[in-house]
Design a protein around this ligand. Structure first.
Ligand SMILES: Cc1ncc(COP(=O)(O)O)c(C=O)c1O
Length: 417
C-alpha cells in the first residue's frame, strides 16, 4: 500500500485519506480518530507536530507558485500548517462540512467570520442568549465600524423574521445557549435566513458534532470554541469556522492570511488528540449532566433547572429532534427573597464547593461552576442580562467525568446552608 502522504497529493483527497481505502462511508467515531491524517515519510502512527513557522521551497519558481496559492504545498504557518490542516480536515469530516479553518480561539473564529462577511452599514440578527464576549464583540466593537445588531429570542422564529432588514447579512445563534440552555430551531431559522438572503451561523460549542450537526440541519456556517469540549481537558485555546469550500476559501482564508488570528500547530496537535475521545466524553458527560439535573430538580431551594435533556425543559421535543443528548451543561436558579439574597445564596453554593472547580471555563473533564451574572456575562448590561434571563440566582455547571454522587455531595453543602 502506498504512503497516503504521497498517494494523496491534493488537500481535498487527504481530508478523507483514511476513507479512500474503504468501500463504505466511515462513522463518526472512526472519523474522530482517523480523518484528516497526513503521514510523513517517517511513517509515524500518531499525528506529527510540525512546529515550524515556515516551509522551504525547492526553488524560486516553486516559492512564487506557492505564494500565488497555485501549488498545494505549505508556505507559512499563519496561512497553513500540516498539523493545523489535519485538525481542520478532521473537524470538517465530523461536522459534515466541506471545509474548515482553525483559529487561535473561539472569539477569533467569530471575529474572522465577521471580518470575512460584513462591511460598514451591515446588520446582524442574533439570539440574545449568547456568550457575553460575543455580545461585546457585536454591540461594542462592531458598532464602532457601523455594523448593527438586533437581538431576538432563539426560541421565537417570528422575532427573527421581523428583525430582518435589507442590510441583514448574518443570523447568529448558539443552540443550546450559554448559560440558559435556550434552543433555536435550526431548520425553521434556515427558512427565514434563506428568504432574507443571509447566512445562518450556529455556534456549536455546547453540543459539538458528537451531539448535533448544524450543517445537516440547514446551517450555512458552524463556529467552534475548540477551547471547550474539543480540547476536553482545559489545556489550550482554539477555534474554528466551518462551511462550504467557497465560503471558507473566498471569505475566511483571506482574513486568516492577512489578519493572522491563526491556530498554533502545538494547539492543533492537542486538539487533534481531544477529537479522538470527543464521542465517548460527550456521551458520558451528558449522562452525568442528566443525572445531576434530575437530582437538582428535587432539591429544596432550587427554583428551576435549565437542561434540554429534562422533560420539564420547554423545548424538550426540539432538543430530542436536534441533538442526540441534552449535553453536559446544567444551569439552575436558586430561590431568594430579592436579587441580593439570590446572589448571596448562589455565591454560598459556589464557595462551599471543594471538588467542583470555581472557574468560568467549560467542556473540561473536571466539573466547573460559575455565577454567570458576575463572571461570563458580567460585562453585559443589566438590561440585556434581564432579557436573556440571566438572574442573580443563576449558576452554571459544566459537568465533567467525576462520579455524580461525589458532585451531588459537593453541591449539597452549599444547597443545605
Ligand atoms: C458558546 C461560546 N462561544 C464562544 C466562546 C469563546 O471561545 P474562546 O474562549 O475559545 O475564545 C465561548 C467561551 O466560553 C463560548 O462559551
Amino acid at each position: 500500500m502506498q504512503n497516503p502522504a504521497t498517494r494523496f497529493s491534493t488537500r481535498a483527497e487527504r481530508v478523507f485519506c483514511c476513507q479512500a481505502y474503504m468501500t463504505d462511508p466511515l462513522n463518526f467515531d472512526t472519523l474522530a480518530v482517523r480523518a484528516g491524517t497526513i503521514r510523513s515519510e517517517f511513517g509515524e502512527h500518531s499525528e506529527a507536530l510540525f512546529l515550524t513557522s515556515s516551509f522551504v521551497f525547492e526553488n524560486a519558481a516553486q516559492a512564487a507558485e506557492r505564494f500565488q496559492a497555485q501549488g498545494e504545498g505549505f508556505v507559512y504557518s499563519r496561512f497553513s500548517n500540516p498539523t493545523v490542516a489535519m485538525f481542520q480536515d478532521r473537524l470538517a469530516a465530523l461536522e459534515g462540512a466541506e471545509a474548515c479553518l482553525a483559529t487561535a480561539s473561539g472569539m477569533s473564529a467569530i471575529l474572522s467570520l465577521c471580518l470575512g462577511t460584513l462591511k460598514a452599514g451591515d446588520h446582524i440578527v442574533s439570539s440574545h442568549s449568547i456568550f457575553g464576549a460575543t455580545v461585546q464583540l457585536f454591540s461594542t466593537l462592531l458598532a464602532r465600524f457601523e455594523i448593527s445588531t438586533t437581538y431576538v429570542s432563539s426560541s421565537q422564529p417570528e422575532q427573527w423574521r421581523k428583525a430582518v432588514r435589507p442590510n441583514t447579512r448574518l443570523f447568529y445563534l448558539e443552540t443550546p445557549s450559554n448559560p440558559m440552555a435556550e434552543l433555536g430551531d435550526i431548520a425553521a431559522l434556515k427558512e427565514i435566513a434563506r428568504s432574507a438572503g443571509c447566512l445562518l451561523v450556529v455556534d456549536n460549542c455546547f453540543c459539538t458534532p458528537a451531539l448535533q450537526r448544524p450543517i445537516e440541519l440547514g446551517a450555512d456556517v458552524v463556529i467552534h470554541s475548540a477551547t471547550k469540549y474539543i480540547d476536553g481537558q482545559g489545556r489550550v485555546l482554539g477555534g474554528a469556522v466551518l462551511g462550504s469550500k467557497s465560503f471558507i476559501q473566498d471569505l475566511i482564508a483571506p482574513v486568516l492570511r492577512t489578519a493572522g488570528p491563526s491556530l498554533s500547530p502545538f494547539n492543533a496537535w492537542v486538539l487533534l488528540k481531544g477529537l479522538e475521545t470527543l464521542g465517548i466524553r460527550m456521551e458520558r458527560q451528558s449522562a452525568n449532566a442528566l443525572a445531576l439535573a434530575q437530582w437538582l430538580e428535587s432539591v429544596p431551594g432550587v427554583e428551576r433547572v435549565h437542561y434540554p435533556g429534562l422533560t420539564s425543559h420547554r423545548q424538550f421535543e426540539l432538543a430530542k429532534r436536534q441533538q442526540s443528548t441534552g449535553g453536559a451543561i446544567v444551569s439552575f436558579e436558586v430561590s431568594g427573597s430579592d436579587d441580593e439574597d439570590k446572589r448571596a445564596r448562589a455565591w454560598r453554593i459556589v464557595d462551599q464547593c471543594k471538588l467542583i472547580s470555581i472557574t468560568a471555563n467549560l467542556g473540561d473533564t473536571r466539573t466547573t461552576i460559575t455565577h454567570p451574572a458576575t463572571t461570563t456575562h458580567g460585562r453585559v448590561s443589566a438590561e440585556a442580562r434581564l432579557v436573556a434571563g440571566i438572574g442573580e440566582g443563576l449558576l452554571r455547571i459544566a459537568v465533567g467525568l467525576e462520579d455524580v454522587g461525589d458532585l451531588q455531595e459537593d453541591l449539597s453543602r452549599g444547597l443545605r446552608a
